[in-house]
Design a protein around this ligand. Structure first.
Ligand code: 0RA
Length: 634
């Protein structure tokens, strides 16, 4: 834990600026919005305060509960919010913290709020936006309690108990229905955030219970972000023990963990004051520049890079890299539309130099690890060079457009990409049916021959050499990897259509992995779909029906008890004739498709690794449980 030693401080330190009416008048200014996101923000603000107490080294357990009545209760085992009298307000420090804006602990840089974004005014903001709020403080052997409504104290701070053996703070609140149009807390959203908070604050237990459903999770990361990178790599082959550093420079806490694996992808997560800065920022820039510089210096010094060799590029040093960068900045500036990019200019240099020193030292002290890392980067550099040559060749000769695609892609005649669909179809016989059964104006068919290769394991250059992949890349027309440009896509619906058997699900998985790794923006744009062909055709007297799952079939068979029934199981798309394929799977008016979404890149990254990595058992688990994550689309 970053044990920023805070000077003990009391009521006198707390500044007073303004009242809480401003918050109720313009809630969006303080919590972003009053929709679901803003609502969940209330919980984060209260939990952040306990996390701050943990980071100050005084708390190692936070318990969060959603109560059946819709209230939220957060308990920590910290020192307890001070209850002594505040110099300027004449009220207790507790009441001051709860009822004045900017009454946090942020003064002359001796103490500052490091988690979250509201600078210590979080509790007051939550109070202002709650129809009911109460705080209990266990401190000095006493239990204190005060209640509030819409930001105003309902009565004085009272001692409600003596002989408290522990210390800590409990806050309960009910979001104000006058402010929030809909008050529904989502377990997964909250759990995900608490998980993040837990690995960013090592050694702290976060217990989360949803008393409405009985769901319960606890998070604890002994090694913080170091445990996290280990976990990210648990299904991959790690090349060395993680590098880990923690440093405080000019009041900024810089914490970095990294570990290379033998894959070809990069998973780097940057946080500023516990906020997941998905758009990066100065901390990430500083990290990247230090990484490239230090690894090049080291490779030169060790003579692994010779005089004539060119430097490792940024891309080379990021292949197979798993890293977490977490900074705690006294006055964070968050930029961008979603405020998810760190803007503080000074942070770049601080991270760059701290990381530079620490990583150099690590490499000196762990020469075997150093060699493994550099060799990995060199292999990446060679593969990149080979891929570039292959690509140049392809572009120059126009190889892709002519011979590879010729006879493979049955294109459609429509011009507008928004109206064009590409079906990627498993097997030549299904491909044939689909070509005949489709709407030639809007539907193109790309049949895949056999299995496409596992791109997680293949080098990028080998991948490009693979005919099916090249046909796919060329057919879509938007490039791949860093050069991918969704604006150039020739189809705005890309539909994976595979058999409902083990091979089919394997091919689907390979394709999903390919899109995830090399055409991620296509998924983000909502252009990727999975076709839903029927599993059964049931003939009942003169009537026949297509049924899309076992449950559907069983329900149907239960309903029709009389008459002659013939159930036919469709194992492959190839068993359907063109007309049947159109009726059940292709016709936009009648078909059902799943849209593939990547809800959470971090979770998905792990899922894809599980799926494609070496270990077999986790892969099974994914296949059973993934598809309920995709959202239904017609
Ligand atoms: C300022 C000073 C002290 C404790 C806290 C803040 C504090 C705030 C919260 C909010 C939620 N849980 C909390 N736990 C502690 C203690 C000062 C002292 O004891 O000297």
């Amino acid at each position: 834990m970053p044990k920023t030693k805070l000077k003990d401080y009391t009521a006198a330190d707390i500044q007073v600026l303004e009242g809480l009416e401003a918050v109720r008048r313009r809630p969006g200014m303080y919590i972003g919005s009053t929709d679901s996101r803003g609502l969940h923000h209330l919980v984060y603000e209260i939990v952040d305060n306990s996390i701050d107490e943990a980071m100050a080294g005084h708390c190692n357990e936070v318990d969060i509960r959603i109560k059946p009545d819709g209230s939220v209760v957060v308990t920590d085992n910290g020192r307890g919010i001070p209850t002594d009298k505040h110099r300027r307000t004449g009220k207790s420090a507790l009441e001051t913290v709860m009822t004045y804006l900017h009454a946090g602990g942020k003064f002359d840089h001796q103490a500052y709020k490091v988690s979250g974004g509201l600078h210590g005014v979080g509790a007051a903001v939550v109070n202002a936006l709650s129809s009911e709020l109460w705080v209990e403080v266990r401190r000095d052997g006493k239990i204190y309690r005060q209640e509030y409504s819409r930001g105003k104290a309902k009565g004085a701070l009272k001692v409600i108990g003596n002989g408290a053996k522990t210390s800590g703070t409990t806050t309960g609140f009910v979001p104000d229905p006058d402010i929030f149009p809909e008050i529904v807390f989502d377990f997964e959203t909250l759990a995900q955030r608490f998980r993040e908070m837990a690995f960013l604050t090592k050694g702290v237990w976060l217990h989360f219970t949803d008393e409405r459903s009985g769901l319960e999770v606890s998070y604890y990361f002994e090694g913080g972000i170091k445990s996290f990178v280990k976990r990210m790599n648990r299904d991959r082959k790690a090349l060395h023990e993680p590098f880990y550093m923690e440093r405080t420079v000019e009041g900024n806490v810089i914490e970095i963990a990294l570990q290379y694996n033998d894959s070809f992808t990069e998973s780097v997560f940057a946080f500023a004051n516990c906020i997941n800065t998905i758009d990066g920022g100065t901390h990430l820039t500083g990290f990247r520049s230090a990484l490239t510089r230090v690894l090049n210096d080291y490779a030169r010094k060790q003579k692994i890079l010779k005089d004539g060799d060119s430097n490792l590029s940024g891309e080379d040093v990021r292949e197979g890299l798993v890293a977490v960068i977490s900074v705690k900045v006294p006055e964070p500036q968050f930029e961008g539309q979603t405020k998810t990019r760190l803007g503080n200019a000074e942070v770049k240099g601080l991270v760059e130099s701290a990381m530079g020193v620490e990583l150099s030292r690590y490499l000196e002290e762990h020469p075997a690890d150093g060699r493994h890392i550099i060799e990995k980067c060199l292999t990446a550099a060679r593969a990149r060079e080979a891929a570039r040559k292959a690509r140049d060749l392809v572009i120059k000769k126009g190889v892709l457009d002519d011979s590879v695609l010729l006879g493979k892609l049955a294109d459609c005649s429509e011009r507008d990409p928004a109206l064009r669909e590409l079906f990627i179809v498993e097997g030549p016989s299904a491909g044939g049916s689909a070509k005949q059964g489709r709407d030639r104006r809007t539907q193109a068919i790309l049949p895949l021959r056999g299995k496409i290769l596992n791109v997680e394991k293949a080098r990028p250059d080998k991948m490009l050499a693979h005919t099916e992949i090249r046909a796919l890349i060329t057919g879509l027309g938007a490039g791949f990897g860093d050069d991918f440009d969704a604006a150039k896509l020739r189809y705005h619906r890309v539909i994976i259509m595979t058999d409902a058997d083990v091979d089919g699900s394997h091919i689907r998985t390979l394709l999903l992995t390919f899109f995830f790794r090399y055409m991620h923006p296509l998924i983000d744009a909502g252009y990727l779909y999975i076709a839903q062909p029927p599993l059964y055709r049931v003939q009942h007297g003169k009537e026949h029906r297509w049924l899309f799952s076992d449950a559907e079939k069983d329900a149907y068979l239960n309903r029709i008890k009389d008459g002659k029934v013939n159930v036919q199981r469709y194992k492959g798309l190839g068993e359907m004739n063109p007309e049947q394929l159109w009726d059940t799977t292709l016709d936009p008016a009648r078909r059902t498709m799943l849209r593939v979404t990547v809800e959470d890149v971090m979770a998905a990254d792990h899922v894809f690794t599980q799926l494609m990595g070496e270990e077999v058992p986790p892969r099974k688990k994914f296949i059973q449980s993934h598809y309920d994550k995709a959202t239904l689309d017609i």
